[in-house]
Design a protein around this ligand. Sequence first.
Ligand code: ZN
Length: 310
Amino acid sequence: MSHPIPGIHHITAITGPPQPNVDFYVARLGQRLVKTTVNFDAPDTYHLYYGDTVGTPGTILTFFPFVDAGPGRNGPGMAIAVAYAVPSGDLDAWRERLAEHGIGSWQPTTRFNQRFLTFTDPDGLKLELIESDDSNASGTSSLDHGFHSVTLCVSDPAPTARVLTDLFGYEPAGQETIDGVERLRFQSPSHGRGSIVDLIRPTDRSSAIQGAGTVHHVAFRAETPERQREWRERILEYGLRPTPVIDRQYFEAIYFREPGGILFEIATDPPGFTTDETVDELGMHLKLPPQYESRRSELEGVLPPIQMPT
Ligand code: ZN
């Protein structure tokens, strides 16, 4: 494989009203709200992007806050856990910090020889902090190292595994059974940020319900627009059905459903989040793409106000 996918670009999930979501990710997890914009397909809804200082690909968790979103339920055909990498030795400080704020967190346990901590955001989205030696410089109180991995739940892991290996160029990176749940690990040869995908089978017969606290899609990186066009051709040749390239202002996107039912996206690294505001001002103002600028006053009247936690 000449150019494997290097890793995750962003992960997008669904939340209810935006304020608890902002409070949690900014005040509790130390993430930066790097872009306040609207859902380009439903502009009366926000699209909030959290990441490191500049919103580096591989650090970005985004949310569609649907004010009346009912709770979702994880199940087959969904990404069910989002894992951040933290430096080795930092996990106990994180556990204490979360516990101080009443965020239920368990004692660290181990997976693939890495200690990790599990907790949920206010909507029940499962988050993990995984100690990783790849993430150097310990002692930070933010998640600037970005993603470690994502866990996908699929009824039959084989076809999804083939997409990762035969299409994306990922390599099998081990399997482990914990509490009766077999976990298959795949990793991009980049071994960089967010380069790991884990697959597990569902643990019960419940079907998935898309709603608050569930992941909407997982976006993987294309380093350039040219590379993304190549991916689109390869996905077509593989027999899957990608959308045309869609301009998302901060990246260009194609979407396709992988055989396990999960919505995948391939998003370009450029232009990034500083394309329409300075690094200092990222996230502070409602940014609208050109097609909605003429509706600014109407949209500002509909979107609930957001207070930045101090
Ligand atoms: Zn996306």
